[in-house]
Design a protein around this ligand. Sequence first.
Ligand SMILES: [Zn+2]
Length: 461
Amino acid sequence: MTVLSKELESVLSDVIEVDVFFDGFSPHNSVRRTLWPIAGSIVGKKEVFIIAIWCGETKNPSDLDIFLNDFINETLELMDGFTVRNKHYKLKIRNVIADAPARAWLKRVNQYGRKFACERCTIKGEWFGNRITYPPDKEAPLRTDETLFEQTHKEYHKGVSPLASRLNLKLLSQFPLESFHLFYLGVMKRIVSNFLEPFFPSDFVRRPRRLSDWKYFKGTEFRRLLLYDSFLIFQKLPQEVYQNFLLFACAVRILADPMLIKDYATDADKLLRLFVEHSCQIYGLVFVVYNVHHLIHIVANCQLHGSLEEFSAFKFESFLGHLKDLLHTPGRTLSQIVCRTMEKARLYPSFVTTELSLEQCHDIRPTLGCQGKQYKKIRTSDKMFRLKSGDAYCLTKANEVVRIENIINCTDNIYFIGRRFREKCDLFFYPFRSSCFNIYIVNDLGSLRKWCLNDIKKKVL
Ligand SMILES: [Zn+2]
């Protein structure tokens, strides 16, 4: 509540919308112990706060109703209304963010690996090899909030979820298929590990790690590989495999971009359906497991919730990483977390990043006549640029790719001094030209020019 009340100072509405996150993890390698935190984040804010934590020696809490009871009771109270510093608020839960096993457990429906496990349709999976697979040519009626509430598909449900019966949460539209687990740790990891690896040449290297280290990749690394590096480094794959991969990668680029998704969501849907169909032809039906099948439902999901980052588990997963870091010894796990969290809450909001900061003052030209302090590094709310590094490239609003060579804070504006790449061409042409995604092969740096901060559209890698 300490963290939440400080967050509320900047919330204008009297209805506080939050996303709630559930996940379990083992904090210690040497001790059999699982933590199940329930975490929250106010919609539109980056900060994550702990609501409750369960700690036990089994993989899951054994009784879902008991696990959720206090959380539901408190949520009901807050939904009725609460007062902070003489201002009255009401709480509303927007979405439940969780991975697929946690979603199934919370909703009391079948887990993946069961014949009826799709969260969005009633398709019957088929055993193929040692897995349940979903033939791409099969269609099945879609589930809705109503059919889930009424439990019309008896073979799918295992009981009544207290989140539906007590909090009235909608089991479809408030449980998005989130990207961290579905795309990056799900489909992307599956493609790289099981299907692309035989095609990798021995010199397949990416920075900062070799691609052959994929087993140790985290979600953020699979995300970077899928959204950026793969377009170039996977070009060495056989053309049929590369082009099929581009269907998936271009669709995710569209869905991850708040601007592109507005105009190209239907195209992304076609690309993903084609990707599933072609993958089945290239790799066999064994490829189309639970995660891959869900790709055909993801665009409908984005039409409800927005671009992928809007409902991704990324900020919550990195919060879990911080929680693990708080634990110094295997003993007294919960009290360690409570103490450290309270310490951090007292220090809050020093953890909040400022909107704009200039760092690493220097005195090296070029300045192009700009009078002001020179810096090597700048952070804005959503990006960071640093001279002489991979962080020194940007795309301007006029679609110029620029290498930044100096940052100057003048009285009227912040200026970037740099050079534009004069040659810019497409890296690929199928299924769209790569320039649609701001992906180019660039060459031939021009002469020095200056741009002001407002001229910059985005960072490029
Ligand atoms: Zn389905």
